[in-house]
Design a protein around this ligand. Structure first.
Ligand SMILES: Nc1ncnc2c1ncn2[C@@H]1O[C@H](COP(=O)(O)OP(=O)(O)OP(=O)(O)O)[C@@H](O)[C@H]1O
Ligand SMILES: [Mg+2]
Length: 528
């Protein structure tokens, strides 16, 4: 009976509040609604005993990837997938047969730490404003990136912040050190037209031992790299960013790319091969640089071709005033410059090499390669800009001996003296020499005959057998003939016409570069 009275009293009180509400002026309604809406979450959080931490894939400013996200992802996939029923498996191209298994989106897993329970969930990418039209500076910015949500009891807040999360990061570092796979990254435009890195496992076969070049120069480079790698304290003592810049220059086929592979092997660093043609502007370039990791080599190949593009922008005014433009590639690029779509500038690039931004990150090596050092902007080659200029040159006898050892497994031969003389008289690249010391195409028929003869034997055995059978004398004699021919040709071709021919006929690589620039212009709608 008493309870019925209570309900009746409660009903009349509600009716009274309703009447009061309807009599109140409109602005009081708004005020009251505001107070209620701010009180509700407070009341809810008072009664809710759980707290939540979000670990987003990208930082708030969407500028760089959140390493904590990677740490949590690796940690959970190694430690907590036991109780999960929705997983994702991926086979990495690293030669291993065991797939990498990670949590699928919206799958919740439970971890325990020091007696406390932690609930983790991977939330998918979501649109910030469903149905609404959002105008953003960057395409794709309207999306909320993927994130991990960690839920735990309020009383474990200090434990989570001071012990649990640091232990997740520590475990992540241990796991990545244990399963480290060197990677080769390259940038390309994603579906949102932003340049992003993608990577593949990277195990270059090149080492310094097989690199054909002047021995003293090789030792100097190896010493330089060793000093750099051990230079953490030295760099912080002298207040210098822990980075080093190399400019590799020399004709095509002299081993510049091979040298990068050898350096990556020697230092055990990742390689970032930066393709400037797919970077829209300086801010995109900055984001790419910030997304690189420590202990890495950042490579810009053929800087002369790209640099034409960059310097044209700087020299654009001069050219617009009517100066003659001699370089064909410059003309192609010039049309691009005028519409201001591409705004990567040389100064933007250099700010990472030795400018303000170079201090972001440590233990990084910048490598620029070029076939034409004489075509580079003086700003790029001025003293102190790149720490070391390394010239990769034509193959002389010392370098030849390295190749003979690698390809033919010999250190002495009666033809060596003649080869030494001929190499001094001709400009033969190590790539040409290597090519001539390999099983040449005219022997392909011979190989297939041998394969037929020993039908059924395992391929590896056949290959070994063929290699043993290879006639070193014949190979070297053939090489001597090629060198003699090339010496005769260079003696009969007047120097001037050789230079002209070089200028007029771009080699395959230059055509490729021109094609790449042309394609880029087509993409931007500038091709004429
Ligand atoms: N110095 C060298 N030592 C050993 N091998 C070499 C050397 N130079 C070239 N080679 C051989 O020639 C091939 C091509 O060389 P590489 O790509 O390194 O030349 P590059 O200087 O980078 O040429 P480009 O200027 O065209 O990029 C290599 O795969 C390697 O087998
Ligand atoms: Mg190269």
């Amino acid at each position: 009976m008493a309870s019925v009275e209570t309900w009746v009293g409660f009903g009349s009180a509600l009716a009274g509040v309703g009447l009061l509400w309807s009599r109140m002026p409109e602005h009081v309604h708004d005020e009251a609604r505001y107070i209620i809406s701010s009180l509700v979450p407070m009341a809810m959080s008072y009664f809710n005993p759980y707290e939540q931490i979000t670990v987003s894939e990208y930082g708030e400013e969407r500028f760089r990837r959140n390493k904590m996200f990677d740490a949590v992802s690796t940690y959970l996939s190694r430690v907590c997938t036991g109780g999960a029923c929705k997983l994702k498996a991926e086979l990495c191209n690293n030669g291993r047969d065991d797939p990498i298994v990670t949590l699928d989106e919206n799958q919740e897993v439970v971890d325990s730490f020091d007696g406390a329970r932690m609930w983790w969930r991977l939330c998918p990418k979501a649109s910030k404003n469903k149905g609404a039209i959002t105008v953003t500076y960057y395409p794709g910015e309207a999306d909320k990136p993927r994130c991990f949500k960690l839920v735990f009891h309020k009383r474990h807040r200090q434990l989570v912040l001071n012990s649990y999360l640091p232990s997740v990061v520590r475990r992540w570092r241990e796991l990545t050190a244990m399963n480290r796979q060197r990677r080769l990254f390259t940038n390309h435009a994603n579906e949102a037209k932003k340049s992003v890195w993608t990577s593949v496992p990277y195990n270059p076969p090149a080492t310094f031992d097989m690199l054909a070049m002047d021995h003293a120069k090789k030792v100097e480079i190896v010493d330089d790299l060793t000093t750099f790698q051990k230079g953490k304290e030295y760099h912080s003592k002298v207040g210098k960013a822990w980075k080093r810049g190399y400019l590799l220059h020399g004709p095509p086929g002299t081993g510049k790319s091979t040298m990068i592979g050898a350096m990556a092997n020697f230092l055990d660093y990742d390689v970032y091969d930066l393709d400037l043609t797919s970077v829209k502007n300086n801010s995109e370039l900055r984001k790419l640089f910030l997304d690189t990791t420590d202990k890495s080599i950042i490579v810009i190949e053929d800087i002369d071709a790209i640099e034409v593009e960059l310097t044209t922008k700087r020299k654009g005014k001069k050219a617009a005033n009517g100066d003659e433009i001699h370089d064909k590639r410059m003309l192609i690029e010039f049309s691009d410059k005028n519409d201001e779509k591409s705004k990567v500038t040389l100064s933007g690039l250099l700010s990472f090499v030795d400018g303000l931004w170079s201090a972001c990150g440590s233990e990084r090596i910048f490598m620029f390669t070029t076939n034409h050092i004489d075509r580079l902007d003086p700003a790029l080659i001025r003293p102190g800009r790149m720490d070391k200029h390394i010239e990769m040159s034509y193959c002389r006898f010392e370098a030849f001996k390295v190749l003979a050892k690698s390809y033919l497994d010999i250190t002495e031969h009666s033809l060596f003296a003649e080869i030494e003389r001929l190499l001094d008289d001709t400009d033969t690249t190590p790539a040409d020499v290597a090519n001539n010391l390999m099983l040449r195409s005219k022997r392909n028929g011979e190989i297939s005959r041998l394969l037929d003869e020993i039908d059924g034997a395992p391929r590896a055995d056949v290959a070994k057998w063929c290699k043993r059978k290879r006639d070193t004398d014949e190979c070297l004699a053939g090489f001597v003939e090629i060198l003699k021919k090339s010496k005769m040709e260079s003696a009969t071709t007047p120097m001037d016409s050789m230079e002209e021919a070089k200028e007029e006929r771009p080699n395959a690589k230059e055509s490729y570069k021109m094609g790449r620039i042309y394609d880029e212009n087509c993409r931007l709608g500038n091709a004429s």
